[in-house]
Design a protein around this ligand. Sequence first.
Ligand SMILES: *Cc1c(COP(=O)(O)O)cnc(C)c1O
Length: 379
Amino acid sequence: MSAAPFLPFTRPSVDERTIAEVGDVLRSGWLTTGPKCQALEAALSERFGGRPVRLANSGTATLELGLRLCGIGPGDEVITTPMSWVATANVVLAVGAKPVFVDAEPVTRNIDLDRIEQAITPRTRALIPVDLAGLPVDRDRLDALATKHRLRVVEDAAQSFGAQWNGRAIGSFGDLVSFSFHPNKNLTTGEGGCLVLNNAEEARRFELLRLQGVARLAGGELEVEAWGAKANMTDIAAAIGLGQLRTIDEATARRGELARRYFELWDDALGFDLPPQDLENNGNWHMFQPLLPRDLAGRRADFMEGMKARGIGVGVHYPAMHLFSMFRAMGHAPGDFPVAEDIGRRTVTLPLFPAMDDVDVDRVCGAVAEVVAELRGAK
Ligand SMILES: *Cc1c(COP(=O)(O)O)cnc(C)c1O
């Protein structure tokens, strides 16, 4: 139907200089964890106000190892949101603890801070807040809750690299902060992640957890102190990350411009619920996610099909997690978290990535109007 090239909902931007630097690593003879990983950890630490940062091979690994670092395991409960990628709850299950969901809040679509206290029990050990689409959870209220109830916080900031809370970079404060460098995220290493830690002792323990528990003693002797995963990052991946760091601030600004264009061009009469405009400029516009009009709530597949026919990719991030069969088998059912369920049924992720042109936004908005008219006409 469309002669224009296919527009995906996201696409990483890796520049030629970075590609050349990856080539240098491949020619160097040292591919796994080495000087590039050290340089990336140092650069990230500088970005986060000098806090220790350690890399791993995914954001899932940094979350799971963060929970292990906090000593969370069987018998413990961890509070999080059902409006996230399943990794957020899978890591709780991985350490043998129980994920306890708290419904989302309809405006930000993040965990409803007003409902957290009701979910706290004597077994609750930690909170995992998720910054959906890169819009930060209110860190002042979150940290106050954690302090009051003596809970650890493992921030799932997978989507919020480059975002801020009241002028402070996400990652530069708080307890443990986990980022993902998956290719869909704002900063990528191919696959990877990092954890921001509180002090050198935590960083040392994280190093053991991410690589077989192996410590190197003076004189080069090896010692295994404790169980550890195999979750180290390669220097190939770290070289991509170092290249991405050079352009991340520009890329984040560009995302903001594209989001602004969506708001300007959007036809409110169509009946979508748009994401909050983030007037305090806290978010990083990781995704642009309108919720389908209520009369089209059951027709998301048709909407996506119509957009695809016009050469435009649409994602779904995410169906409410507790409705997946694994969580239903654990006792969850429709109606448990109505706000997340409503978002999960209606959310669509439209194209937004730094290499997009302004006219791509125009094209998406035009296609949305056409598809909606088509669906309403053919009901
Ligand atoms: C991407 C993502 C993760 C997992 O990150 P990986 O690097 O893919 O393991 C976890 N939580 C959220 C909210 C994410 O978006």
